[in-house]
Design a protein around this ligand. Structure first.
Ligand SMILES: C[S@@+](CC[C@H](N)C(=O)[O-])C[C@H]1O[C@@H](n2cnc3c(N)ncnc32)[C@H](O)[C@@H]1O
Length: 219
């Protein structure tokens, strides 16, 4: 069966060859292969919500959103949504046009593609529950400098961390509605640290753990 994720994956492969290692390192950019994206989408438990409100922060070319949307489009796999609203943040101008095109291919999906820094935008007016029912993340892997604007923005909402990936997860937890589900690729060491109980964001528990990926569920 035709899946939009396959198209996104062929774009991912072309970009992987065409992008310099320096550019990848600058953006903490390691785009997820289709097999991993599909596996991540399969980790969400069945959901009876009518409108899926999906967050994909640091969305790249949209592979993770496509994996969830393909699971929904295939039917019979536990997603009974009537519609899906995707909010996808991406900092790299070079990836956004692909992201836009890949998500626009789905009927009954409203996409909000946001150009800019997720950390800056998510903290601009305090950290709020934005009603996301589902979050799918492969966040950027990079250190945050101690005096950077990102570090100060995170501190303004009570998050202290030195890694972009843990900042993305902490912000996503804060923006997700009660009972929401987050599937993220994160290092195993995340679960040893204080990160996944960031102050003010409510308790989450890890309900499944596979290699580097996990599902966070509200307790
Ligand atoms: C590890 S890649 C994963 C991309 C995509 N989620 C996937 O799985 O293929 C992280 C992405 O986050 C983007 N990014 C890096 N810093 C960001 C920021 N501060 N705000 C939004 N996007 C960012 C990068 O350009 C990159 O596309």
């Amino acid at each position: 069966m035709f899946q939009q994720l396959d198209i996104a994956d062929s774009v991912r492969r072309q970009l992987s060859h065409a992008t310099t290692p320096e550019h990848k390192a600058d953006f903490g950019q390691f785009l997820t292969p289709a097999t991993v994206a599909r596996f991540m989408a399969s980790m969400f438990p069945p959901s009876a919500v009518q409108t899926c409100r999906l967050l994909d922060a640091g969305a790249g070319v949209g592979s993770l959103s496509c994996a969830l949307l393909d699971r929904w489009a295939a039917g019979g796999l536990g997603f009974d949504f009537e519609s899906v609203e995707v909010t996808a943040y991406e900092l790299d101008d070079k990836l956004r046009e692909h992201l836009q095109r890949h998500l626009a291919a789905y009927p009954h999906v409203t996409s909000h593609i946001i150009a800019g820094d997720y950390i800056e935008l998510a903290t601009a007016n305090g950290l709020h529950d934005r009603g996301y029912t589902h979050v799918i993340l492969n966040p950027p892997y990079k250190k945050i400098h101690s005096k950077s604007a990102q570090r100060l923005a995170l501190r303004s909402v009570g998050i202290e961390t030195v890694n972009l990936y843990s900042a993305f997860v902490a912000l996503a937890v804060g923006e997700t509605m009660q009972g929401g589900q987050i599937v993220a690729i994160i290092p195993r060491s995340f679960c040893n640290g204080p990160y996944y109980r960031p102050s003010g964001t409510g308790p989450y528990g890890v309900s499944q753990l596979y290699g580097g990926g996990c599902v966070l569920s509200q307790l």
